[in-house]
Design a protein around this ligand. Structure first.
Ligand SMILES: Cc1ncc(COP(=O)(O)O)c(C=O)c1O
Length: 485
């Protein structure tokens, strides 16, 4: 049966057939109780916040040799995905900090692609890993061992009923069959793929044909205007209309599943109109489909208001996929589903050598405890909201910052040629700003179908001081670029 998806974002329907409308509605949300980074003129840069961790001195292979090996012995994709013209040669990490092989310190606001959830080498999680490494590295599901059971029970306790059955895995992207789930062409090989998958139109209220001034669940709304009355959302109705069109034109009357991220990750922190996912789940279930929430990036407290992204949409999925932050960087994934769906998978044997590995389970269990003990979800809410409201002020100041959005520490900053056209800022310009930010000691990410969106998703241990430092760096990088162009 076919799957319909909106995982990374866009759709097979062309957005370009629609005329875009741009309005200059400015969001004037008040900042939280915290001094503003804008006390620094964009030409000045404050000191990087202090860190009293002392990294080890790097005595390993030279940078040149690493690059030679990377070109000769690593698969070509390794070079293709390398960030920056002058790559960052990472040596060591501690909490929100990374050090390169030359001993230079960076504020890591990308967390190894939204993966280091509670902090690099978090002492508590590291201790849990060391403890387990000395006791038992590996065994599999053919035996019964405590770490697996402790973890499955703990993870299930973080999910609402009836999501209580846990499958532990390593990673999802190794399977070619999942390729159809992305609607980002850059990830596609030039062969037929995604048989049975249909991508829906991306309900992107900034870049898409419809969107207004209060569509999304974020402290910052778009710069677009709308005349929707309170409780109404024209964008929601239009995008749902497009989904219904997909149902009648592109998929059979009975579908297998709908797959979507609560907030898009690689797609550039795209958020849908409020209630879009709720209505979508209803329509999918009416057609016999199950609803799958991809929480790989939005889970584990990152959105701040809730532990899971789907809770922000007031829906309960039938299946939840998890990875990245689940293990704070240790390779691990999970799927949690209902007993009924799990029973349907017993028709054949599903066995996975490393899924549920004792070390992975001990680490993931400690990650859940640490999120709670460190107040990571609350940090995400406070620091993330502060960052976004301050970034919105920068958006109002600079013509090339089109949109600031997200929830908690899942933030996107979409760069445009100008606010009227909302055309994506050219890749060379994005690269220049990106490199400049790195040169000032901050690592962020990029995303969006045109690579036009900066992505900020740090370990959930960053402080207001770190946020202020980044705001000053970002202000300066944009200022530098505007001065030059
Ligand atoms: C939203 C989302 N889902 C799934 C995956 C696949 O996870 P993995 O790389 O662990 O296979 C990714 C990876 O980037 C992702 O961002």
């Amino acid at each position: 049966m076919p799957l319909i998806t909106n995982r990374f974002d866009l759709t097979i329907l062309s957005l370009h057939k629609y005329k875009y409308y741009a309005f200059n509605q400015r969001s004037k949300k008040g900042a939280l109780c915290q001094k503003s980074a804008f006390k620094y003129p964009p030409t000045d840069l404050p000191e990087m916040p202090p860190c009293n961790f002392q990294p080890e001195e790097y005595k390993g292979m030279s940078k040149e040799r690493m690059m030679e090996i990377r070109k000769l012995n690593c698969n070509p994709m390794t070079m293709k995905v390398t960030s920056y013209k002058k790559p960052v040669f990472v040596h060591q990490g501690f909490m929100q900090w990374l050090w390169d092989v030359d001993g230079r310190r960076y504020l890591d606001l990308f967390a190894g692609v939204a993966t280091v959830s509670v902090g690099h080498c978090h002492p508590k999680v590291t201790a849990a890993a060391e403890h387990q490494l000395r006791r038992l590295w590996h065994t599999t599901n053919i035996y019964v061992y405590p770490t697996l059971h402790e973890y499955c029970e703990k993870l299930a306790s973080h999910l609402p009923d009836p999501l209580k059955v846990v499958y532990l895995t390593n990673s999802g992207s190794e399977f070619f069959a999942t390729m159809g789930l992305t609607s980002n062409a850059a990830y596609k090989y030039p062969i037929a793929n995604g048989l049975g998958c249909t991508n829906t139109m991306c309900p992107d209220v900034f870049r898409g044909p419809w969107g207004g001034s209060h569509c999304r669940d974020s402290p910052v709304q778009t710069i677009r205007d709308c005349s929707c009355a309170k409780g109404q959302c024209m964008a929601h109705d239009q995008y749902i209309g497009q989904l219904k069109e997909t149902f009648v034109t592109s998929v059979p009357s009975r579908i297998a599943a709908f797959f979507g991220e609560p907030i898009q990750g690689v797609g550039g922190a795209v958020q849908y109109p409020k209630n879009y996912l709720k209505e979508t789940y209803k329509l999918v279930r009416e057609r016999g489909g199950v609803c799958i929430a991809d929480e790989v990036q939005t889970g584990f407290g990152r959105t701040g208001t809730h532990f899971w992204g789907f809770q922000g949409h007031d829906v309960i999925p039938d299946m939840v996929t998890m990875a990245k932050g689940i293990g704070n960087g240790f390779p691990m994934g999970a799927v949690v589903t209902t007993p009924e769906i799990a029973a349907s998978f017993t028709k054949g044997v599903h066995f996975n050598t490393f899924g549920g590995n004792p070390v992975a389970c001990a680490i993931a269990s400690s990650v859940l405890d640490t999120i709670k003990e460190d107040g990571a979800q609350q940090i995400s809410l406070n620091v993330g909201t502060y960052l976004m409201t301050q970034m919105a002020e920068l958006r109002d100041k600079y013509e090339i910052i089109g949109d600031v959005r997200g929830k908690g520490l899942q933030i996107g900053v979409e760069m445009v040629k100008d606010k009227a056209s909302r055309d994506p800022l050219a890749p060379e310009a994005i690269a220049e700003i990106f490199e400049d930010i790195r040169d000032m000691g901050v690592l962020i990410g990029k995303g969006g179908v045109y690579g036009q969106t900066f992505r900020i998703k740090p370990p959930m241990c960053i402080t207001m001081e770190d946020a202020d430092y980044f705001l000053a760096v970002f202000n300066k990088a944009i200022h530098n670029y505007m001065e030059k162009r």
